[in-house]
Design a protein around this ligand. Structure first.
Ligand SMILES: [Cu+2]
Length: 232
């Protein structure tokens, strides 16, 4: 009996080891590195305020449009940092953009080609209008009963989105060729992980301040730092 139990245990151990070995390894273990990016803006925040007199129960009476959002230590929010030339798995997790409080949330999203889920959390009529060249343009209503509306963006491109019902509503979707990107937080920081080692041009893009490029070398298991300073 003991022998049997022992044999069974040994078998179980071998089986669990086989399962473990079959698991995908952590990408860093395959030799990827990280990029820590910091985007700064040496200037004042730019915030537009518009009086609202439509759907005020959902939209409020004032729309605040943060064209340039500057946080702690001059950090620039909502900048997309990307590594367009890195080679890797083509898809990122599916993203959702919510029309909520008569704003697109998040204001700036990044993803890889594929489907984006548009939500309407407001219980009022919204519209989705995209301004694109590589992808077909979209201009369609999202009525209150259409809580979720999936749309496809097959080609890499940075796309402006508006709602024609509420003229102040503005958002951006950065469709990237690979999953090596990040959108800066309120402090102007973002981290891109599991980038294959190599020398790259890293890009930073901001809706009103434009684009910048910096060279960076990614080494296996290490974190490379890159700093951008956007100008007017
Ligand atoms: Cu709207």
């Amino acid at each position: 009996m003991r022998k049997l139990v022992g044999a069974a245990l040994a078998l179980a151990l071998v089986a669990s080891m086989a399962v473990w070995a079959g698991r995908p390894m952590h990408a860093d273990a395959q030799g990827g590195g990280s990029i820590e990016a910091e985007v700064k803006y040496n200037g004042p925040a730019q915030v537009d305020k518009i009086k609202v007199n439509k759907d005020t129960e959902k939209c409020g009476t004032e729309a605040v449009i943060e064209k340039v959002a500057v946080g702690g230590n001059k950090g620039l929010a909502n900048a997309v940092v990307s590594v367009p030339d890195a080679k890797g798995a083509p898809t990122a997790k599916k993203i959702t953009i919510d029309q909520h409080g008569c704003k697109f949330i998040p204001h700036v999203s990044a993803t890889t080609p594929g489907e984006v889920e548009f939500k309407n959390s407001d219980d009022i009529l919204h519209n989705l209008h995209t301004y694109s060249t590589a992808n077909p343009s979209i201009n369609k209503a999202q009525p209150k009963f259409k809580k979720v509306m999936p749309e496809k963006f097959e080609k890499p491109e940075i796309i402006k989105i508006t709602c024609d019902v509420h003229s102040w509503m503005l958002g951006w979707i950065a469709v990237m060729p690979n999953p090596f990107f990040g959108v800066t937080d309120g402090n102007g920081a973002t981290k891109i992980e599991n980038v294959p080692p190599g020398k790259y041009k890293v890009q930073a893009w901001h809706e009103t301040l434009g684009k910048q490029e910096k060279e960076v070398e990614v080494k296996a298991g290490q974190t490379a730092k890159v700093a951008f300073e956007m100008k007017k």
